[in-house]
Design a protein around this ligand. Structure first.
Ligand SMILES: NC(=O)c1ccc[n+]([C@@H]2O[C@H](COP(=O)([O-])OP(=O)(O)OC[C@H]3O[C@@H](n4cnc5c(N)ncnc54)[C@H](O)[C@@H]3O)[C@@H](O)[C@H]2O)c1
Length: 321
């Protein structure tokens, strides 16, 4: 298909564009910042540019990965989030509906499911976060605008029959966490594969599957994360003594971690459940916590990207809209 990929200079797009082309798609990239996969420099908030692009290039479907995201909160005003994440999504949906497209992919985020209470992990048990979790009350402008954009996708499905795949993606960023610094970067990322992270390659793969299945599925929301080993009944124990639960599922974890000077989480308060994506999309991330232990055991490179120096292109570009 002839696809418009937004955010084409970004981290996800670096992998997604390559993967899409390898499976025979024609990919046209749009971003506010130049990049190897970007053909059009401009903003999704510019409706005229979107219309012209659809007309000039005969776009058949949109993969909307471009956004201002959480690290951008420190850099841009709330209005820029509305312009890019909400108006930009609306522009693309309107253009897609007018062009009679049969599918639309929106890269959303698990972050919009995190209320203050969940972030504080104050309850007595780990909480399972799946697509039915609610009520949703995102705690920052990133989550609020991504949730609004999801709502627009559902509306365009309802009113125009546009099949929309809403991919609530867990963490795949390569840089260090902007708030947690108690563990070194690779240790923290490895721990997150227990409950809230996937590789960028796996995130890209899920987009391929969703693109393929969209017309048959209609409008669906999916949580994307690495497969989880734990059962829901482990919730209280994960909260109280995560290392003991981890030892049951991964008996070699403690020793492999100790050999590297790493620490396992003492407590896990939330689990992102990718079960629906597995059932409906046939998506199961290739890399999970077990893959990381296998790499540690065999002395192989870690199977996930870690780049403390990564800076979102839009930050370098300085003008998001
Ligand atoms: N990185 C993560 O861990 C993570 C987790 C969950 C969801 N997501 C989502 O995945 C998507 C891709 O994120 P990423 O990690 O590749 O981030 P990124 O910052 O590397 O890429 C986002 C791209 O969007 C571009 N962009 C910003 N404003 C734009 C505009 N007005 N018009 C066109 N392009 C614009 C940026 O320049 C950038 O190249 C985003 O929608 C993000 O919300 C990311």
């Amino acid at each position: 298909m002839r696809l418009l990929l937004t955010g084409s200079s970004g981290w996800l797009a670096r992998f997604l564009a390559t993967r899409l082309r390898a499976s025979g798609h024609d990919v046209l990239g749009i971003d506010v910042v130049p990049g190897a996969n970007t053909d059009i420099i401009g903003s999704v908030a510019d409706r005229l540019l979107i219309d012209r692009t659809f007309g000039d290039y005969g776009i058949e479907a949109v993969i909307h990965a471009g956004a201002l995201h959480k690290p951008d909160i420190a850099r841009f005003a709330a209005q820029a989030f509305i312009d890019v994440n909400v108006t930009g999504t609306l522009n693309l949906l309107e253009a897609a509906a007018e062009a009679g497209h049969d599918r639309f992919l929106f890269t959303s985020t698990t972050s919009l499911m995190i209320t203050d209470a969940i972030r504080d992990e104050a309850g007595p048990s780990a909480i399972w976060l799946d697509e039915d979790f609610g009520p949703l009350a995102p705690r920052n402008i990133y989550g609020v605008t991504k949730l609004a954009a999801e709502g627009l996708c559902r509306l365009y499905h309802r009113d125009h029959g546009l099949a929309c795949m809403i991919l609530r993606t867990g963490r795949f960023f390569p840089e260090d966490d902007d708030t947690i610094d108690a563990l070194d970067g690779p240790n923290l990322k490895a721990n997150e594969f227990l409950n809230r992270r996937l590789t960028v390659e796996d995130a890209a793969e899920a987009h391929l599957l969703a693109l393929d299945r969209a017309p048959a599925l209609g409008c669906e929301t999916f949580v994307l994360s690495a497969p989880i080993a734990f059962a829901r009944g482990d919730g209280p124990a994960l909260k109280q003594d995560a290392a003991a639960v981890i030892a049951r599922y991964y008996p070699e974890a403690a020793d492999l971690y100790a050999a590297r000077g790493w620490r396992l989480p003492a407590s896990i308060g939330r689990i992102y459940d990718p079960g629906r994506a597995e059932r409906l999309l046939g998506f199961r991330a290739r890399t999970d916590f077990g893959s990381i232990l296998a790499a540690l055991r065999d002395g192989r490179p870690l199977p996930f990207a870690h780049d403390p120096g990564y800076v979102s292109p839009v930050t370098r570009g300085a003008r998001p809209v």
